[in-house]
Design a protein around this ligand. Sequence first.
Ligand code: PMP
Length: 400
Amino acid sequence: AHLNSALAVRDQFPAIPAGWHYLDSAATAQKPQAVIDAITRAYGHDYATVHRGVYERSAAMTASFEAARAATAALIGGEEHEVVFTRGATEAINLVAQSWGMANLKAGDRILLSQLEHHSNIVPWQLLAERVGAHIDVCPLDSHGRIDLDEAEAMLTEQHKLVAFAHVSNVLGSILDAKRAAELAHKVGAKLLLDGCQAAARLPVDVSAIGADFYVFSAHKIYGPTGIGALWARKEILDSMPPWHGGGAMIDRVTFERTTYLPAPSRFEAGTPHVVGAIGFKAAIDWVNGIGLDALHAHESALVTECRAALRNVPGITIFGPDDSAGIVSFALDGVHPHDIGTILDDTGVAVRAGHHCAQPLMDYLGVPATARASFAAHSDAGDIEALVRGLDKVRRIFG
Ligand code: PMP
């Protein structure tokens, strides 16, 4: 009796041939044909630069680029002028750290992160903290692998200027109570940054309902192209932030004596932007909206339930994270290195991720060098889980 959920979109993914089971969508999502077509059209038919041209083609491209910004904002419940296009979530966090952080943090201030953060939500804050003399505190996890907000509440002080948490863990799939995190941060006068890399592709997100101050995510995890992502920030915060990268497209007037800058978001988009990336981003968002994030979340939740139930029957397995994780299941097998799991599964046509998942402090906390991770997407189905379980049988036969 399968609790199977099928969105029946698998045939829209040309890079997923029959018999291949792609369970690494948390690293990067495969692309539906609609996204590939939009990118091909943008380069092959509609191509020109944005913002500068007085000719029709460039004006049309500018309109498409700005429509992508509007779609990106709408996806997470923000306003169009609150979205800055970046190279991805990593660059978005570095932007906040170097612009807002350098302007607002001083020696003795504190930043609260959590034990489960991706390196890209740790290292930019360490660079900032070293520069200004701030301190980083680490919020522990509860027994299910969720950020323990009771602990966060006890740890937060007036010295804390920023709380930066993953909305969904890329290793455990655990979902943050983001609204409560915002309330706790604001109670001490701190801002809340949410790393929405995994959440934006898997859950309905509404930054205003949450009360977040910054939200970051990458297009490539939400069925869009690599090389583009978004920073959303509350308007009054974004307007107050100094420029970060200097160059063309971000200035108002340049003289050798003095240069003035455009308002946000343009002020943060120096140089020719990833125009076609933005168009692919919008195509991906349109595609996801066609399914609906509620439906997508329900689909992935059903797969997680089915997967965890199936994995529990595998002898010697440890399954990490909470039962209601969002589309992601990490596990380990007694006596088998996760890399060997990954390699043998690959031989059986199952692609999982094995490693530290850019979350070494979380591996230290779990007491493992690495985990194997299966992660789902719109195209995933019960057949992928069956193939995973068959593959793990083979792993166990090989390792006796
Ligand atoms: N945060 C989380 C939770 C992630 O899963 C990832 C990607 N693995 C990142 C940040 C970094 O995203 P990117 O590499 O696209 O900048």
